[in-house]
Design a protein around this ligand. Sequence first.
Ligand SMILES: [Zn+2]
Length: 494
Amino acid sequence: MDKLTKILAAALVLLLLITIAFPSSLVSAATGTTFTKTTYKTTDLLNLRSSNSVSSNRLTTIPNNTSLTSSYRLGDWYKVTYNGKTGYVIGQYLTKVVTGTSFTKTTYQTTDALSLRQAASTSSTRLLTIPTKTTLTSSFRNGDWYQVTYNKKTGFVSGSYLKKVTTASSTAYTTTERLNLRSAPTTSGALLMTIPTNQVVQSLSISSNWHKVTYGGKTGYVMGTYLKKGTASPASTPAGKADYSGAKMFVLTDSGSTVALRSAASVLSGQIARVGRGTPVIVTNSLHKTRGFVAVQTADGRRGYIEATYLTLFQPSPSNRPLIVIDPGHGGHDPGAVRSGLAERDIVLSVARQVASLLEGKVDLTLTRYTNDYYPTLGDRSAMSNAHSTSRFVSIHVNASTALSASGAESFYYKGSTSVQLAQAIQQRLTSYAGMRNRNIHFANYAVIRGTQAPAVLAELGFLSNSTDRAKLASPTYQARYAQAIADGILATL
Ligand SMILES: [Zn+2]
């Protein structure tokens, strides 16, 4: 034997020895794992091969997004059957399909030691055991099996051994002034947002007059000085429930009697004038309402304070004019659709204000909000209309879509033939006055029109995501046309 033959022979002997000494180590390379039958989806075009190697025969190609089941794998290769052909696909392009229901994230405690399983079944592989009294969260379940993560492993546990945990108690407070929400319990903490007056916040903890609170999905710190325990509004009139800065309101007293316009927000302060029932005033600042007063300006320019309980949004009788509520959508922490620096919140308020001035003297009208930094809830908006014998309710919105070509105006109604007529009257005019593409009127189960008793319409003026519509929505000329369309549409159906 020459030198090379000797080396080869030695290697052959060595290989034979290894095979005898460690037979399982060589066999295991070809042994796969059997597991509970699992459904997968392909995430790409995928080759089905005759064995667990890219060099093996390609049997066919499986399209993307195909459902496959497997219960056997060899390394990262999964045995699957597709179109009558059985072979192997690489696991990298498979994603597990989990069937079940999503729900609001809930905290649970285990009532016993229990198995975390790979799938929602007692026959599925047990990943580990979770000790009793462990806190877990879940937001997905399949029947009575809850998906949880424990020790970095995600799987399913049986709901029979889970007890719902009520989260740490928080106390409701109401803001008595506009209040800064900060990132830290100090005035130098970063400003997260300004919370409007009369908003309910949940206080989680208190430390030296700083409350840790959640509001509008944000958690931060506010000074306790401007919080009042509970959720009750300071006064029962609309003026007591919201920030009506900028609103036109009316003095509501018994016929023939008057109330004081005072120099300060106190019954002890001097009287500037006495004002009678039905006197219109402009609210210059409703922040004083926590002391029971609202700052106002009269038509002849006198500024002073009136007790909030003597103010109302609608002109009191003997006005027989129809009552109209215009609802500029969104507001405050909720800007609505935003594109190119333009916010739906601001556009719809501008249009709503113009509707109000166009209808001045023809109807009694109020807006659900008069400022851009106040957000009335959808319930507040309907409740405001429902508290009066309102004739028409129009909620103004602006659309947006990821499809940049989507454009035009559309109007929605929920119930009643008058709502349908109102939707038609407004829709027709949005199209003709402002040249909007006509997307027609539609039924829609939107909370704000569903919750309102009066004939109600939600009008979408146009798409902020479409450049042609956006130019109109931003233009004062077109805003005036939208307002005219809504005002005329309302008048046409009264
Ligand atoms: Zn909107």
